[in-house]
Every structure is written in C-alpha cells, then in structure tokens.
Write a protein that binds this ligand. Structure first.
Ligand code: MG
Ligand code: MG
Length: 286
C-alpha cells in the first residue's frame, strides 16, 4: 500500500478471529505453493493467475486484488506478478517466464469474512549469484520481522532491525510502499513501514496481543526509488536493478507470533516418498 503516515489505533483481534484468518492464510499459502510450482520457463504469467483464481473460487474465497483501487483502472487480476526490476503490482499477462528471472507473486483472499495476504519471490532456474543473495536477504528480513514481533515492545524497533540488515548487505529498503494491518478488510490500520525515520516514530504502535499485520519488505539491489508504469499499476525500480518482495500475515496471539499465511505442515512420510537409492549405505570418507 502507498505510504502515508497517520497514527490510528489498530483493531485487535480475538483468538477466534485469528483462527478464522488462519484458514484464509492456509488458502493463500496453497495458492502461492501452486504458483511457485508453475514458475518455469515458457509459462505465461496470466496462466498462473488463472490457477490462483480457480483455487479461490473452488473454496468459496474472494480474490482481494481483483477490482481493487481506482474504479477507472481497477487491478484486473487475483495475483500481482512482478518480474526482476518490477517491485510490486505487476499485472499478469502474456509475458513468458524465462530462465534466470526473479518472479514476485503476491496474492490475498477473503474466506468466511476474514482476509490474509502473502507474497514470495521465486528464482527461476539459473539465477545469477548477486540476485540470489538479494533474495536471501529479503527472506532473512521477513524472518527478522517474525522474531522481533515476539520480542520488541514497539514496531519501530523491529523495523529498525529489518532496515539495518538490508543496509548491512549493501541493499536498500523501498520506502514508498509499506505493510498494513489486516482483518475483515485487506488494508487496516496501522501502516507497517519496513524502515524508521521521524514520521515513522511518530506513527509508532505498540506490539500487543491481538495485533494482525501484513509485513512486506521490498528490497532493492540498487537505489530505493521507484516509479509507476503507464499501466497505472506496475511499480519498477528507477535504476532498473532487481528488487525482491516477500510478505506474511502475522498475528500476536496466546503470547506467540503466529504466521497466518504459513503453509500447512506436510502430511508425514507419504507426502515425500523416500527414494530407495538414498537408503543405500554411503561410501566411506576417503
Ligand atoms: Mg500482498
Ligand atoms: Mg499486503
């Protein structure tokens, strides 16, 4: 969501409400799992969007991005699919995925009245090492957010650690777009910036039981500035260098941080069949 700071109290959720959000979160995680599998050279981004939308419809969920925004140019799809230097809000279409691409997949749905929002960055095939490092740092930043949500008193403390990690790696955090509270609607108070400055400190909020946040760092390899393309949606880095976007919906409940959009645990050994060859004794070390 576009940055615009104001301080209004977040709406806190009950454990029952968070459990309902978790059901939406599982479906979003499943959609992203299917989308990740489809990120292969030769696949068009619109084909991925169709699979995600079908999954939501099959489960009676509403895709939250479709029709979102300015009524004159609403977002036309259920998934934002952004390539390489595209930061966020890419529109699925006829663009074909190629070996070496970074594909950012972002999607949200509402199920039984409750929302969840998540994004992943997929590395397709042979991605150059510096781009891989960018993805790794982006994923580490989201993990830092998860850990700090459980340890800090104020959001600004977590945001400061996220920003520091990015800058230590030589990359830059995007400041024009931020995360958000989430619940019955996709974008609730508060705004959740991934960095700190004076206005962020003024709009700071306490990390308390019942808080539900979509945290979504965008990490640029080069400069932090972004531009929006003439399609009114696609956000790109101004310097053309690649960007990474990852997002989870988190909830503070029962004294813990719950990852609302975490995939369901796999269903035991049947889900991952053991290959006979891997059971053969290993050769002795030389
Ligand atoms: Mg999102
Ligand atoms: Mg979001």
């Amino acid at each position: 969501m576009l940055r615009q700071f104001f301080s209004r109290a977040p709406e806190l959720k009950s454990p029952r409400e968070i459990a309902l959000m978790r059901e939406a979160g599982k479906l979003v995680a499943r959609a992203l799992g299917m989308a990740r599998q489809m990120c292969k050279p030769g696949v068009k981004s619109i084909e991925i969007d169709r699979v995600v939308e079908d999954l939501y419809r099959t489960h009676g969920a509403t895709p939250l991005f479709k029709g979102y925004g300015n009524p004159k140019v609403p977002f036309p799809a259920s998934t934002c699919i952004s390539f390489n230097e595209q930061v966020v809000h890419g529109i699925p279409g006829t663009r074909v995925i190629r070996d070496g691409d970074l594909v950012k997949l972002d999607t949200a749905c509402k199920l039984n009245g409750w929302c969840a929002d998540s994004a992943i960055t997929v590395m397709v095939g042979d991605v150059r090492p510096e781009w891989r490092r960018l993805v790794k740092v982006g994923e580490e930043v989201l993990e830092i957010a998860r850990i700090e949500l459980g340890r800090c008193k104020w959001w600004s403390e977590a945001a400061e650690r996220m920003q520091r990690h990015v800058e230590k790696a030589g990359f830059r955090m995007v400041e024009q777009y931020v995360g958000h509270g989430i619940g019955r609607v996709m974008h609730e108070n508060p705004q959740v910036p991934n960095f700190v400055n004076d206005s962020v400190r003024k709009a700071n909020f306490r990390l308390e039981e019942g808080l539900t946040l979509a945290v979504e760092p965008m990490v640029n390899m080069g400069r932090a500035e972004t531009d929006t393309l003439r399609d009114h949606w696609t956000v790109v880095t101004r310097d053309g260098l690649p960007s990474v976007h990852v997002e989870h919906t988190f909830a503070l409940t029962g004294g813990k941080v719950v990852v609302v959009t975490e995939p369901e645990p796999s269903e035991g050994p049947e889900a991952v069949p053991v290959q006979v060859s891997s059971l053969q004794p290993q050769a002795a070390a030389e």
